[in-house]
Design a protein around this ligand. Structure first.
Ligand SMILES: Nc1ncnc2c1ncn2[C@@H]1O[C@H](COP(=O)(O)OP(=O)(O)OP(=O)(O)O)[C@@H](O)[C@H]1O
Ligand SMILES: [Mg+2]
Length: 227
């Protein structure tokens, strides 16, 4: 059976002003893969993820996600793309004026779920991250690790086919980081494609997986890690 393609980058270049951040990136990720994206700070990991959910446009080259040519999408079709993608942002992007639970239901409602179903899914996702007791809190009153887990719950609640996680364990202690990693593995096992950007060596060492190492804007290594 031919495997379905989830992500395809063709001769991708990204520059900010005159600075080239990503150069000549060719990449193929099949549906159902688990992939780490690593490399030093400033290597372009966040930029690469942002290109995948069309928060940025490439300077040249093609970006394909789930069969869609993302870099040519107009603003009308973007919501359809984003429904397929769960993004865990490096800086969380939680809505300050909403409660933890509302942060989740808001996104689910936006994706078209009825209030009751949105509430049920939001609560289930919070429970999975061990945060149900904080559902009424505002994000500001949470610790960094708790905010990170809310951001994760929000990305997972819609059960997207593609999860893009940017340093998802940056604010978590070792135990929670391990728990999160096994959660992402479960979700991957259930069929979602998972891409995790991280420079956390212990995370990379915890499970052998396809790993992309970005260096000076290029993919320097693409293979199993540890080798
Ligand atoms: N909007 C922007 N305008 C100008 N330069 C940018 C912009 N976004 C990112 N950059 C630059 O692109 C480079 C790559 O940044 P990026 O955030 O992708 O790195 P990263 O690999 O995610 O780093 P980290 O591990 O610190 O998160 C950096 O030098 C950064 O300063
Ligand atoms: Mg980054």
């Amino acid at each position: 059976m031919k495997k379905e393609s989830m992500i395809r980058l063709r001769n991708l270049e990204k520059s900010y002003e005159q600075r080239r951040i990503l150069r000549r990136i060719d990449l193929h990720i099949e549906a159902g893969e688990f992939v780490f994206l690593t490399g030093p700070s400033g290597a372009g990991k966040t930029t690469l993820l942002r290109l995948l959910y069309a928060a940025e446009r490439p300077t040249s080259g093609e970006v394909w996600v789930a069969g869609n040519r993302v870099d040519e999408m107009n603003s009308k079709s973007l919501p359809f793309l984003r429904r397929k993608i769960g993004v865990i942002f490096q800086d969380f992007k939680l809505l300050k004026r909403k409660s933890v639970l509302e942060n989740l239901t808001f996104v689910l409602r936006f994706h078209g779920l009825a209030q009751k179903e949105a509430h049920r899914r939001a609560y289930t996702a919070l429970k999975r991250l061990g945060l149900q007791h904080r559902q009424a809190a505002t994000p500001e009153s949470l610790s960094g690790g708790e905010q990170q887990r809310v951001a994760i719950a929000r990305a997972l609640a819609y059960q997207p086919r593609l999860i893009l996680a940017d340093e998802p364990t940056g604010n978590l202690d070792a135990d929670l980081a391990a728990e999160l990693l096994s959660l992402l593995c479960d979700i991957n096992y259930q069929g979602a494609t998972v891409v995790v950007a991280t420079h956390d060596q212990s995370l990379l060492a915890a499970i052998p997986a396809r790993t992309l190492i970005l260096h000076r804007g290029q993919i320097e290594y693409d293979g199993f890690w540890p080798p």
